[in-house]
Design a protein. Structure first.
Length: 169
């Protein structure tokens, strides 16, 4: 890679697969001598959580082919699901892309984003070089609660939404 190519890489935009992120954490823990390392079982559960969140979101959007979308409108849950998936695949999402994923009018999605920010589940940050771009992320509290929610679904097999994520395990 030429030097000029390296200058254009933005570390904030590099996405890692969950497995790669786990390997990076393991490597950093070895370098730093810390005990941050996760077991392979924990890494697998993280992958299952992210996949399950994505599947549930996709299943919710599939209903729109058969029913009017306003019948099942639940933008807050859609926003949390897509941000949870993005968190686990190390992807930053803009306000615009999250609004589109919520499958409601942009003004409705923006109102729900602000509601979620108000209760401490979603954070908003500016792009470091483009002030027009705003990123959304789950707060640590929201991530922990969703981890627990998906762990419960995966451990108890209590949801009809569990398909490939559980079968593949």
């Amino acid at each position: 890679m030429a030097y000029s190519d390296r200058k254009s890489l933005n570390p904030a935009s590099i996405a890692l697969a969950p497995e790669d992120a786990a390997h990076a954490v393991r490597l950093l823990s070895l370098i730093l001598g810390s005990q941050v390392e996760k077991t392979d079982k924990e890494v697998m559960h993280v992958n299952e959580r992210a996949e399950l969140a994505k599947e549930i979101h996709e299943a919710r959007r599939a209903r729109d082919k058969f029913f009017p979308s306003e019948v099942f409108a639940d933008p807050a849950w859609d926003i949390l699901l897509i941000l949870y998936w993005a968190h686990h695949v190390q992807q930053r999402l803009t306000v615009t892309s999250v609004c589109a994923a919520a499958a409601v009018p942009p003004t409705t999605a923006l109102r729900w984003i602000e509601n979620l920010r108000g209760v401490g589940l979603v954070g908003k940050s500016r792009h470091p070089t483009d002030g027009r771009v705003l990123w959304l992320d789950l707060t640590a509290d929201a991530t922990e609660k969703l981890d627990q929610y998906f762990d419960g679904l995966l451990d108890n097999r209590a949801s009809p939404h569990i398909t490939r994520a559980r079968v593949a395990a």
